[in-house]
Design a protein around this ligand. Structure first.
Ligand SMILES: O=P(O)(O)OC[C@H]1O[C@H](OP(=O)(O)OP(=O)(O)O)[C@H](O)[C@@H]1O
Ligand SMILES: O=c1cc[nH]c(=O)[nH]1
Ligand SMILES: [Mg+2]
Length: 212
């Protein structure tokens, strides 16, 4: 598994305000949106393209277009929804599938409550959106869903990741024949006893949408 921590002053600047407990929900939403677009630029570095030629007003020009089938973007509800617009702004022709997952806060195990994905993902490049990679249980389950349907490779875009979650995914998919990448704005110190990322930013879903 490949992990990329995007090292850029604009990413670090926006992430610092995102973490700040005084940042309100509207600002949090806007910053999450902006951060995803910056991370998506790096995350899509290997997106498949095909060669094409177009006519400029002067002469033919060789270039590329995104290859078919189109990439699939999969936000993990609820918090991943706060990353969808920022992603599709950069990749407007992508299709979008949905996974609803919630972590049981006593066992830290992920449960799936909604699945809306194409049945056949053969040859598809998939981009999973989830702000927090904590224990890694949620993301591992999401990647299994996509590989079970034939996805060609999976790139997860996370605002924050914990070392424990990276290690869990690495172990869970070791020896697999399909590539997995994690692109994140920061690799934090650790998880606390409740499975929260430290220093982290708290509960991403609650900060985006309010406490339920
Ligand atoms: O790596 P893990 O230990 O599995 O934890 C990470 C998951 O926890 C959060 O979702 P949550 O369960 O809070 O659901 P929500 O998005 O509805 O708030 C987060 O958005 C991830 O999906
Ligand atoms: O730190 C964490 C861990 C899981 N989910 C969150 O929203 N935040
Ligand atoms: Mg939550």
């Amino acid at each position: 598994m490949e992990t990329l921590v995007v090292d850029h002053p604009l990413v670090a600047h926006k992430l610092t305000t995102l973490r700040d407990v005084r940042t309100d929900s509207p600002t949090f939403r806007r910053l999450a949106d902006e951060l995803v677009t910056l991370l998506a630029y790096e995350a899509t570095r290997d997106v498949r393209v095909t060669d094409v030629t177009v006519d400029t007003p002067l002469a033919p020009a060789h270039g590329v277009r995104l290859a078919r089938p189109a990439p699939l973007v999969v936000p993990i509800l609820r918090a991943g929804l706060g990353m969808l617009d920022g992603m599709t702004r950069l990749l407007p022709t992508a299709e979008v599938g949905f996974l609803g997952m919630i972590r049981d806060e006593s066992t830290l195990k992920a449960q799936t409550y909604a699945t809306r994905l194409p049945e056949d993902l053969s040859g598809r490049q998939c981009y999973v959106l989830d702000p927090m990679l904590a224990t890694g249980g949620t993301l591992a389950a999401a990647i299994h869903f996509l590989f079970d349907r034939g996805a060609r490779d999976v790139t997860a875009i996370c605002l924050l990741a914990a070392p424990e979650g990276i290690a869990y995914l690495d172990e869970a998919f070791r020896g697999g024949d399909r590539p997995i990448r994690v692109v994140t704005a920061a690799l934090d110190e650790r998880l606390n006893e409740n499975g929260y990322i430290v220093p982290g930013l708290g509960d991403a879903g609650d900060r985006l949408y309010g406490v339920v």
